[in-house]
Design a protein around this ligand. Structure first.
Ligand SMILES: Nc1ncnc2c1ncn2[C@@H]1O[C@H](COP(=O)(O)OP(=O)(O)OP(=O)(O)O)[C@@H](O)[C@H]1O
Length: 649
């Protein structure tokens, strides 16, 4: 019941629509109730005329007026029902918008951890189902609840007025029928839940396969994937058989009970009319009322059923909404928006309004290149010298971290290093050694388990996450572009960016020439049939995206050997340009890149082994020195070992 109330109160901005729909449905119910009386009255007039109690002329005049009244009632009902139906549709569409937007909003603000386990297809499928069920229930509720209530009450009262035992018979039918429906529905839901799991799993896999079709083909797993998919759906057929057998079996019993009760009621009405206790007009009225009573009985059972589904479906929905959001700033564990959602409160932005949650001004970030920074020369030959009074761009101070809090060994164990402003720092360590994790922690994707990370002297744990991320541009190994135009992809950080800025970013990323060659240039849609970007082109668009963001800190997960040499050179050149004047954290995959940085941080067993310039570490005998030796050796064994460090030479 609390779930139902929560669903009904979920979107108070729709209250006026609810009210409009309720009023129209009440009006329609009242109007509909007038019909049996008009027909009953007409029947009595006709019977009186046939019996010679009134003149035929009088009867004709009377029934004509009654027919006019009947027409007026019907026309008004039609109008009222149409308007109510329109409001119902609008309400459903707005409800869908609110539910979907709030869900997406929540997903966008959930901690990264949530997505480590969630499967995209399942998340989407669950959303669609839940929203369908909730919307269907709310629409049905708004359109029918009041009508049912009024019709039921009126039918009972009027029937009681004619003969009370008849009303009692009817009164028993309602709750018994609803109780039987509720019981049937509860069991039905369990099976439905089982089916949903199968469909969600199949949809999750489906989405994964579609997005990685080339892998499926490369490994010839089409048949295997299809078999898995089919198997899940076939299981739903088996469950449906049980479910439907049960449902229709129970439904037959319910209907049978209803048939018996109504049969008895018809018998009573016929007998009493024959005995002269009811007039023919009364009989007509009662028969119509009984007929009208059937509708709410069926509607009520449907309402109970859809309410149960909505409650079950909304469990998933509200569970996602109740997940703790990614911390917004230093003020508390959640942003204000999250707190509002968790409390089920409405927000102005749900329904196409403006986002009022951010509250804060646009995140500020230090202008750059900064006057107080002496940048490196980009070649690594002359490391930049930070002024003594200048805080480092990034500082890891005894940072420990584990993805799994119960893990016996953390991924990072008291890691400390600094990126002085304007310098380049490369992370070197074995594959799986925690390099990407360091980048993720810097971007605030996960909270540290111990120690602290500072960005321009500010503790990341205290910083507003949006503000933190505003200061960082990231180029990932996998460029991950969105469908949409080249322009939209480059200007992802700032869709309002001028064409000049977009072009300048593309030029800086060595992307302008190939973009210009597209038929639609910057408006060319990526991912559309016919346009395939090469790995290097994607990378350069991703670099242009980072150039346009123009953030003071750069996180660079270098692409490995995915690119051919020419592309690689261009991407490399673009990255080199991008790094000038910025503080860069590089997850390096080339020894040549590492040789040109200002500092190297080597990691072993989750701990920092050494920090120093390439020249210093080349002599120290640590990991970097070993890697250089391996590179020189050039043997197969050496290349294999280099690979373990994710390095391509
Ligand atoms: N989302 C995650 N959830 C749980 N464990 C993770 C997650 N991401 C990484 N790990 C684990 O953390 C460890 C460090 O991974 P990380 O990706 O940081 O290594 P890396 O040094 O960047 O490796 P590579 O050079 O191969 O990219 C690995 O053991 C990995 O299995």
């Amino acid at each position: 019941m609390t779930s139902l109330v929560r669903i009904l109160r979920f979107a108070p901005q729709l209250n006026r629509l609810y009210l409009g729909i309720a009023v129209s449905s009440v009006l329609a119910a009242v109007l509909t109730l007038a019909t049996p009386f008009l027909i009953g009255a007409a029947t009595d007039r006709i019977v009186a005329a046939i019996a010679g109690e009134t003149t035929v002329e009088d009867a004709v005049v009377a029934v004509t007026w009654l027919a006019v009244a009947f027409l007026a009632v019907e026309v008004t009902t039609t109008l009222v029902v149409s308007v109510g139906g329109y409001w119902g549709d609008v309400m459903a569409a707005r409800m869908r918008t609110i539910l979907s937007t709030r869900y997406f909003d929540q997903l966008l603000h959930l901690p990264q951890r949530y997505f480590d386990t969630a499967i995209t297809g399942r998340v989407t499928n669950r959303l669609n189902r839940t929203i369908n069920e909730l919307t269907q229930f709310l629409q049905f509720f708004a359109n029918n609840a009041f009508t049912m209530l009024i019709t039921t009450t009126a039918v009972l009262v009027i029937t009681a007025f004619y003969w009370w035992p008849l009303a009692i018979l009817l009164a028993i039918v309602f709750p018994v029928y609803m109780w039987l429906t509720a019981k049937t529905s509860a069991k039905w839901q369990v099976w439905e839940g089982e089916k949903n799991i199968e469909v969600d799993m199949a949809s999750g896999r489906f989405a994964e396969v579609v997005s990685q079709m080339s892998v499926v083909r490369a490994y010839n797993r089409q048949d295997h994937e299809l078999a898995g998919f089919r198997e899940r759906f076939t299981r739903t057929v088996g469950i449906t058989r049980k479910q439907s057998r049960f449902w229709h079996g129970m439904d037959a019993w319910r209907r049978l009970a209803l048939n018996v009760v109504f049969g008895a009621m018809y018998l009573i009405v016929f007998v009493r009319t024959a005995q002269g206790l009811f007039s023919v007009g009364d009989m007509v009225i009662l028969l119509q009322l009984m007929n009208m009573a059937r509708q709410p009985i069926f509607s009520m059972s449907f309402l109970v059923d859809s309410a149960q589904r909505a409650v079950a479906g909304s469990k998933d929905y509200f569970e996602v909404l109740a997940e703790e959001r990614e911390r917004a700033g230093g003020a508390g564990p959640q942003g204000r928006g999250a707190a509002a959602v968790a409390a089920g409160q409405p927000r102005a932005d749900d329904d196409g309004g403006t986002d009022v949650r951010r509250g804060g001004a646009a995140p500020s970030r230090p202008a750059q290149p900064r006057a107080d920074v002496v940048p490196g020369d980009g070649t690594g030959g002359v490391p930049a010298q930070p002024r003594a009074d200048v805080v480092p761009a990034v500082r890891f101070d005894e940072v420990s971290f584990a993805y799994d809090p119960d893990a016996s060994r953390p991924v990072l164990d008291r890691v400390s290093f600094e990126i002085p402003q304007g310098q380049r720092v490369a992370l070197v360590g074995e594959s799986g050694g925690g390099k990407s994790t360091i980048a993720h922690l810097l971007m605030g994707l996960y909270p540290v388990t111990g120690g602290r990370i500072e960005v321009f002297g500010q503790d990341v744990a205290e910083l507003d996450l949006a503000e933190l991320r505003e200061r960082i541009a990231a180029v990932f190994q996998e460029p991950s572009l969105f469908s949409g135009t080249v322009r939209e992809n480059i200007a992802y950080a700032d869709p309002a960016a001028s064409d000049e800025r977009v072009r300048a970013a593309a030029e800086a990323a060595y992307a302008h020439r190939f973009v210009e060659a597209f038929d639609d240039g910057y408006e060319q849609v990526i991912g559309e049939r016919g346009l395939r970007l090469s790995g290097g082109q994607k990378q350069r668009i991703a670099v242009a995206r980072a150039v346009l963001k123009d953030a003071p800190i750069l996180v660079l997960d270098e692409a490995t050997s995915a690119l051919d040499t020419k592309s690689e050179r261009l991407v490399q050149a673009a990255l080199e340009d991008l790094m000038v004047g910025r503080s860069s954290l590089i997850v390096a995959h080339r020894l040549s890149t590492i040789a040109s940085v200002d500092r190297i941080v080597t990691l072993r067993g989750g701990r920092v082994q050494e920090v120093g310039t390439p020249a210093e570490l080349a002599e120290s005998g640590g990991i970097y020195a070993q890697l250089l030796r391996l590179q020189k050796a050039g043997t197969k064994e050496a290349r294999k070992m280099l690979k373990e460090y994710g390095l391509s030479g």
